[in-house]
Design a binder for this molecule. Structure first.
Ligand SMILES: Nc1ncnc2c1ncn2[C@@H]1O[C@H](COP(=O)(O)OP(=O)(O)OP(=O)(O)O)[C@@H](O)[C@H]1O
Ligand SMILES: O=P(O)(O)OC[C@H]1O[C@H](OP(=O)(O)OP(=O)(O)O)[C@H](O)[C@@H]1O
Ligand SMILES: [Mg+2]
Length: 284
């Protein structure tokens, strides 16, 4: 249907499961079978198309689908007319050079050499921008084997934990070519679309619910200012009178990763009944 929001989602690979999990947390329907190619979600007037992450920028760039989830590296590699509109905080990786004995190498050493990669577009632009004349050897995957097999002198590949490179006896060198993560994309210069805005609002809500917790505590009036300084919240904490004379109840969102430290600091100020709860969903 024409008034449906049509979104591209990775059908397999590293981004597939976390992308579907995030959409499900955002209240969209989840596909039951990982082989399904299309999922219609009539309650949200949305259709999901499960596509290869590498192809997603092409569909969105052609204006066939209004938005998609893919890796920043894949979006840049595609050369499609798309733009990133929201980083999603998963699928984090760096794109890096590696070679045997790479520790002692620099990017300039690649002059005249062969560099294998499955991101030929991205790598060619990188070399062009720096005036390095290297030969890019495009491969589909398992790039780490290319040096041992004699097709390349170095590789440019996705690195997460570094295990794959280490196991292949390769060492990273040079600055990261790119820091990547999963992102929402749309066609370059696309007009504001209320349905896409709605999707983004939901996804931002999931990001906040993942990164923040709700903290409640009671504190004596004399220590209130110090306590509030530790928990400034988003637009200022809610402070309400406690039935107990001279005490207040405070409620504020705090970053999940610092919640334990803030609890310790509040306790030291004399705050009591300090409670932390998950945020299930939100719109800020
Ligand atoms: N080990 C990893 N950790 C985090 N992100 C990764 C990792 N490997 C790849 N990615 C990211 O996931 C996205 C999709 O890559 P993925 O490897 O899933 O696709 P692919 O190589 O085309 O498919 P496959 O590996 O299934 O053949 C890319 O943006 C990439 O940066
Ligand atoms: O640093 P690590 O944690 O080891 O992860 C990085 C590896 O993960 C991906 O491989 P994938 O499994 O997608 O295979 P592929 O090379 O065939 O794409 C990527 O291409 C790297 O090889
Ligand atoms: Mg891969």
């Amino acid at each position: 249907m024409a008034d449906q929001l049509r979104i591209a989602v990775p059908n397999k690979g590293q981004l597939s499961e976390p992308a579907s999990a995030m959409l499900s947390e955002a209240g969209y329907r989840k596909r039951k079978d990982s082989r399904d190619l299309v999922l219609v979600d009539p309650d949200n007037q949305t259709e999901f198309f499960f596509l290869r992450p590498r192809d997603i920028a092409v569909y969105v760039g052609e204006g066939i689908l209004q938005a998609g989830i893919t890796g920043r590296d894949m979006l840049l590699d595609s050369g499609a007319a798309v733009e990133e509109i929201l980083p999603l905080g998963f699928g984090g990786s760096t794109f890096r050079f590696a070679a045997p004995g790479g520790r002692t190498m620099t990017v300039e050493d690649l002059q005249g050499k062969r560099v294998a990669t499955s991101f030929a577009g991205l790598l060619s632009s990188y070399f062009a921008e720096r005036g390095i004349d290297a030969r890019v050897i495009p491969l589909d995957g398992a790039v780490e084997s290319s040096i041992q097999l004699g097709v390349a002198d170095a590789v440019a590949d996705v690195v997460s934990t570094g295990t794959t490179l280490r196991n292949a006896g390769l060492e990273i060198f040079g600055d990261p070519i790119l820091e990547s993560e999963a992102v929402v994309i749309r066609q370059q210069g696309a007009e504001e679309d209320t349905k896409v805005e709605g999707l983004l609002r939901r996804l931002r809500g999931v990001l906040v619910a993942r990164d923040y917790v709700m903290m409640d505590y009671d504190v004596e009036a004399e220590r209130l200012e110090e306590a509030v300084a530790l928990t400034p919240g988003m637009e200022g904490p809610t402070v309400s009178p406690l039935r107990r004379e001279g005490w207040s109840a405070v409620r504020a969102m705090v970053p999940r990763r610092s919640a334990q430290q803030i609890m310790d600091d509040l306790w030291a100020l004399g705050a009591r009944a300090i409670l932390v709860t998950d945020i299930y969903a939100c719109r800020l």
